[in-house]
Design a protein around this ligand. Structure first.
Ligand SMILES: C[S@@+](CC[C@H](N)C(=O)[O-])C[C@H]1O[C@@H](n2cnc3c(N)ncnc32)[C@H](O)[C@@H]1O
Length: 253
């Protein structure tokens, strides 16, 4: 049984036309890769960096440990995790969009982090890594894009060692009705406009608000993580619930 809610009808039509959600998502990020980082900074007023830092701190790696960043894109969360971790810790970032990875590798090279952060191409829902091979796993703005969210968290659980941790930074649903109205106005009207002007893709930036509409709220996402096998699951809100950061631990054997 899948616990991933059905997409909004307008998104289902786009997924069907592309040959499925993963193909649609991959093509879309391939098209916007060049403006992705800039759009993030503009859309969030630079707050995305703070959210990634807070998320990374929850799973900071000790000496010699290795972390995995699912849907790493241009590598921002993987880089942040390396920076908040011990100098001998390593981070592997996995993503299925080559255009995003190429930009990420250039960025990592310029930052002198190539020995500590490696980006590889792969599917976050079918991870090509052995069981229990990472100390921690993270993702930022990714699980909303997965075809089956519970399965995705199950794959993360499989590759993380017993006692290892997961953190998930994602868009969510504001809990304050007044804030929610302003948030939706910004999300549904301003962001697609910014996407058209800066990102040259109104379509990609209408996908963003529409994909959040059908995404589970923070308590429901906690339930999905627990069903996937994560324990001690908790979450923190940012910007009045518009963003949520979930954390969990893999049970010891
Ligand atoms: C919104 S971007 C987030 C990038 C990065 N995590 C960040 O914090 O900026 C979503 C990324 O997830 C990737 N992605 C989505 N579904 C994926 C999957 N099933 N397997 C691998 N990558 C996936 C996309 O290619 C894209 O690069």
């Amino acid at each position: 049984m899948t616990t991933t809610p059905s997409p909004a009808p307008q998104l289902r039509a786009r997924f069907d036309a592309a040959g499925g959600k993963p193909v649609y998502v991959q093509r879309m990020f391939g098209r916007i890769a060049g403006v992705y980082d800039l759009m993030n900074r503009v859309m969030t007023g630079g707050l995305d960096g703070r959210w990634r830092r807070f998320a990374a701190q929850q799973i900071a790696l000790g000496p010699g440990q290795t972390g995995l960043d699912i849907g790493t894109g241009t590598g921002d969360l993987a880089i942040t995790l390396a920076r908040v971790s011990a100098p001998s810790a390593r981070v592997v970032g996995v993503d299925f969009t080559p255009e995003m990875l190429e930009l990420g590798r250039k960025k990592i090279g310029k930052l002198g982090l190539a020995k500590r952060v490696e980006l590889v191409q792969g599917d976050g829902e079918r991870l090509d890594f052995a069981d229990n091979s990472f100390d921690a796993c993270c993702s930022a703005f990714v699980v909303r894009n997965l075809a089956d969210i519970e399965h995705g968290f199950g794959e993360m659980l499989r590759v993380v060692r017993p006692g290892g941790r997961v953190v998930c930074l994602e868009m969510s649903h504001p809990y304050n009705p007044l804030f929610s109205a302003g948030f939706h106005l910004y999300f549904d009207r301003i962001i697609p406009l910014l996407g058209k002007l800066i990102g040259r893709s109104a379509e990609a930036y209408t996908y963003l608000p529409t994909s959040v509409t059908s995404f589970p709220d923070a308590p429901a996402l906690k339930g999905i993580m627990e069903r996937a096998g994560w324990r001690d699951v908790r979450y923190w809100y940012r910007i009045g619930g518009g963003v949520a950061i979930h954390y969990g631990v893999k049970p010891a054997r």
